[in-house]
Structure formats: C-alpha cells, structure tokens
Design a protein around this ligand. Structure first.
Ligand code: GRE
Ligand code: ZN
Length: 319
C-alpha cells in the first residue's frame, strides 16, 4: 500500500459510466466487453477496494467522455438530470469516499446552468464537467456563457475534460495512424491538442473579464499548456497586449490525471505555483496505485505534497 506520509488523498478526475448515458454510446466509446468498462460500471466494493489498496480516501466522480455533449438539447438535459440523481445516490451510500462533479447538459446552456445549480445546492456536488466539443462547438462560444456565469455565482469550478476530436480533425490529422495506434486519437495526443485549444480559447474569449472569479480545471497536468505558457504568451503579445499568462494562471487549476511525470510536475509548479495543482488519477484509464506511488517518490516538500494530495482540492471544492 502506498503511504504518502499519512496524507489524506483526494482524487478528482475519477470516472464512471452512468447506465442510461453509456447505453447511448457506440461500441468503442462505451468500451464494450473490456476490463475498463467493468471498472467504469462499478461504484461498489471493487472500486473502494482499489482505492483502499492505493491509499485514496476520496474520489470526486465524473461521467466518462463524451458525457452528454453530443446529444440534442432535450435528450442531453433529460439524461443529465437522471444521471445526476443516480450519482447523488451513489455519493450518499459512501459520503466519506465519493463526491461528484455534475454531468452538465451543455447542448441546452440555460438548462445546464439550472442543473449545475440544482446539483450543487441540493446534492453538494463540487462543480460540473464538460467533455470536449458540444456538438462541434468549442465551449468558449458566447451561447455557453450562462453555464460559466452560474458556476461563478455558485463558486464552483468547471472541469474541461477531453473527448474524441472533431471528425474533420480526425480525418486530417490522425486517420492514417489509427489502425496501429488508436490511442493517438485519445490520451496519446488527440485529446491533448483539442483540450489545450479549448483552454486557450477560453482565455481569449475574455469570459474571465465577464466572470472575474470563474475557475476552470484542466486534467493531464494542464494538457501541455504549462510547458508552452511562455511561448504562447510571448507570441500572442505581438498581436495584442492582452495578458494571456496572467489570466491563465489566475483562472485555471490543473490536475495530475494520467500524467505521472516528475519533470512535467516540476514545470507546472514553476509556471503556475503549487496552489493550483491537484492530485487525480483518471481512474480507470490509469491505475490508482501508479498515481499514489508516483506522488510518494516525487521530490517535493511535505507542505507541497499536502497541498497537491488534498489541501488544494479541499479549498477549491470545499471538501
Ligand atoms: C479519459 O477519460 O481520460 C480517457 C478516455 C478514453 C481513453 C483514454 C482516456 O475517455 O484517458
Ligand atoms: Zn479523464
């Protein structure tokens, strides 16, 4: 068992499949017949046993990609409400082990804002998660701002999580390598490019001027953005004096999901500061033990580990 000096460990990008939502996914997206699917479906003893074995005290649960972002407004809303009700029941069974991010029906922005409010106020959910493009749109478009306005008013973050990229991008960028390397489309690169783009577009949209307390979470140690922050900011400053770097560091938190790299962590701390980095695994796409054992060996001060393993999440998510 990983020890991590007795630190409480909160993991905040931990997925499951809601039965009604996953029934709408195709065979590949639903991981039909695979060990991943078995773990995604389980919110009972096997999941908790795996958490215990790796020293994880709490998972903040979220629906797996692509959530309800690819349904029409009515279907997305109906499915999200039912799924959030079920997630609440799950959290109530083990309130000390499970908490939740709301499934946010972004295809219906006003209804999505209302659903975020319902789940935060009635269920104590910690924020909402949005996966990839919403029916082809990046989420910074103005029609989606009601969701972020409500998140700010409720003082909860929105987690922007990857999903499989736009079909035109898949065809132009990746198709010829997918037979041999299907992960190129997802965790290896396609997810990263699209989600980093979503993050950059959020800053450029000037949504943070409209909602100055809004907080966004990115997984995978910021989808490459901390590493590229200097270059992105320097280049954009040739076009405009808009302070990209300052806005990014003020409005984004990042998590360690599926990116257990010492140099990537140190770079992220150097760019963003340790207060903006939170532990997550990306269960079941990464193993719990790999995440907690990595945190055990990384060369950080006890205070910094404390912040990353639980302190920062306790503060941002009010756990
Ligand atoms: C994830 O949610 O992080 C994920 C997927 C599919 C493949 C890999 C992966 O949804 O990390
Ligand atoms: Zn994930």
């Amino acid at each position: 068992m990983a020890s991590n000096s007795g630190n409480r460990i909160i993991a905040i990008e931990e997925h499951y499949f809601d039965p009604e939502i996953v029934a709408e996914f195709d065979k590949k997206t639903s991981f039909e017949g695979t060990p991943i699917r078995k773990r995604m479906d389980d919110l009972y003893d096997a999941r908790i046993k795996d958490m215990d074995a790796s020293g994880i005290d709490m998972q903040v649960l979220s629906q797996g990609a692509p959530g309800v972002q690819r349904f029409d407004a009515e279907k997305a809303t109906k499915l999200a409400i039912a799924a959030n009700d079920r997630l609440h029941e799950t959290c109530q069974r083990h309130p000390d082990r499970f908490s939740g991010f709301a499934t946010v029906p972004s295809p219906a922005p006003e209804a999505a804002a209302d659903e975020l409010e319902r789940t935060v106020k009635d269920f104590g959910f910690k924020g909402g998660m949005i996966h990839g493009l919403t029916n082809g749109d990046f989420i910074d478009q103005k029609k989606y701002w009601p969701i972020f306005a409500r998140a700010e008013a409720l003082d909860v973050p929105i987690y922007i999580h990857p999903a499989v990229p736009h079909p035109d991008v898949v065809k132009a960028y990746y198709a010829d390598y997918l037979q041999k390397y299907p992960s190129l489309l997802t965790a290896a690169w396609g997810f990263t490019v699209e989600t980093a783009t979503a993050g950059i577009r959020m800053v450029l949209s000037e949504i943070f001027e409209a909602y100055p307390k809004l907080q966004i979470i990115l997984g995978h140690l910021g989808e490459g953005l901390p590493f590229l922050l200097w270059r992105i900011s320097d280049s954009l400053s040739r076009d405009s004096d808009y302070p990209f770097r300052e806005k990014f560091c003020k409005h984004f938190h990042i998590t360690t999901s599926g990116n257990f790299s010492d140099p990537a962590m140190l770079c992220s701390i150097m760019e963003m500061g340790v207060d903006r980095i939170m532990f997550s695994v990306d269960y079941p796409f990464a193993p719990n033990m790999q995440g907690t054992e990595w945190m055990e060996q990384i060369s950080l001060s006890p205070d910094d580990k404390k912040k990353i393993l639980h302190g920062n999440a306790e503060k941002l998510l009010r756990i």
